[in-house]
Design a protein around this ligand. Structure first.
Ligand SMILES: C[S@@+](CC[C@H](N)C(=O)[O-])C[C@H]1O[C@@H](n2cnc3c(N)ncnc32)[C@H](O)[C@@H]1O
Length: 185
């Protein structure tokens, strides 16, 4: 069954809730990304911008593309990041099968989103064409009984799409795995 993400005002209570660190262990995820101040990150399935906000504040000389396929989320993101203090955030409206990654991206970050993509094969095919060899790709998603797409399925799908796994962390977060991959050599 398709889940609607068309009500950001309601969803922000969950996505930006005070207990996010507790259930997501965000600080651990961010630490694992080994961010550099001048990086360019595409936050795909950005939702209400929880991670984009962190990236914006961390990347002093870099840039964040906050990307989502849900038009209401895109409107919400444009409002949230309209202040001058977020002038390193660009908002992109994507489509379901195409993440629409801009050309200059060092890292593609996809949190709590991969399992909602209907045609993951088409999504990965487009993603492959839009990233460079050095681009790091990161999926953070549910493991265990919450997993609509199991970690093994995600690994298999990215490998079938021409990527190689560079790190897979299934123990660091309470309910999520962190899968890092890159284009094959
Ligand atoms: C559960 S939310 C996660 C939001 C955010 N990443 C976070 O962790 O707080 C999933 C988001 O992914 C978006 N989404 C779902 N499928 C997508 C796709 N194929 N391409 C881009 N965004 C997608 C939804 O509109 C929604 O905003």
């Amino acid at each position: 069954m398709a889940i609607s993400f068309s009500d950001p005002e309601k969803l922000k209570e969950i996505f930006d809730g005070e207990n996010r660190e507790e259930w997501q262990k965000t600080s651990y995820i961010i630490q694992n990304l080994q961010l550099k101040a001048d990086m360019v990150i595409a936050d795909v399935g950005a939702g209400t911008g929880y991670f984009s906000n962190i990236f914006s504040q961390t990347l002093a000389n870099g840039k964040v593309y906050s990307i989502d396929c849900e038009p209401n989320m895109v409107i919400y993101l444009k409002n949230r990041f309209s202040h001058d203090s977020f002038n390193n955030v660009g908002i992109v409206q994507s489509v379901m099968d195409d993440p629409c990654i801009p050309p200059d991206v060092d890292m593609v970050f996809v949190a709590n989103t991969y399992r909602f993509i209907n045609d993951r094969c088409a999504f990965l095919r487009n993603l492959f064409q839009q990233v460079k060899r050095h681009t790091r790709l990161v999926f953070v998603d549910f493991k265990g009984s919450h997993a609509r797409v199991s970690p093994d399925m995600a690994i298999n799908e990215v490998q079938q799409s021409g990527f190689k796994v560079i790190n897979f962390d299934i123990t660091g977060c309470p309910d999520h795995y962190i899968l890092m991959f890159q284009k094959k050599d």
